[in-house]
Each structure stands twice: as C-alpha cells, then as structure tokens.
Design a protein around this ligand. Sequence first.
Ligand code: NI
Length: 137
Amino acid sequence: MKKVTVHRKAHFNAAHRLYVKEWSFEKNQSVFGKCNNPYYHGHNYEIVVSVTGEIDPQTGYLIDMKILKDIIKEEIEDAFDHKNLNEQVPEFKNINPTAENIVVVSWEKIRKRLDEALELEVTLYETPRNFVTYKGN
Ligand code: NI
C-alpha cells in the first residue's frame, strides 16, 4: 500500500517565560536573556500537524481532515491560544515552555486522539525562522 502524508496548519498566540525556578535571576538572565522577562513575552506560534499512513481504499482518505481539524482545535488551539503557558497550561507547570517542550506536549496530546496505525509528526514554529519538529522518538 502506498503511504501518504497529510498536513494541517494551525495558529495560536501565547505568552511564556523561560527560566529555571531553582536558579537566581542573574543565572536565568545569563542563560535565557530576554526570554527570562518576569513580565512574560508572546509569540505567534504556527503548528503543522503531519499524519502519515495508508489511504483507505473505500473513502480514498488517509484521515478525514475535518476530524483532524477538530482534534487540533480541541487539543492545541483551545488549550494554548491567548494563554500564559507557564501559568495557565498544566503541562508546563513544571517544565519550561520552550518550543522543544511545546512540540513534545502537542505531539502527545494529538497522538492519543489518533488511530494507532497512523504516524504523527508535529512541527512548531516559534518564529518564521525558528522551528522544531517531533515524531515521538
Ligand atoms: Ni520566547
């Protein structure tokens, strides 16, 4: 069977602060710079959800894009959009909301909603030039 990959893009705005609680302000400042701003700062995140698998011979679909759209809305947009990630998203209570950690959390949230036969890769753009990918390895 031929494997294809479908991609769905979404967007959310969110605020965060990068710091390690156990460190002094000075040490956090030297490691995280502007990202350690105690008053937080925001990003316009773009997320690309890529699902790979075999085409269903009856429907011709890999996955109904309406279903994928709804999963992304519920797991990512409703959970992260216009939120302070450190303060309002439980997954980041004890881990830094870096692009690396956001992509892993996003992957885990979407993964549990998908058929096991489907492969998943998530790409997160923190800026148009900085992006990170995760596929569960
Ligand atoms: Ni930032």
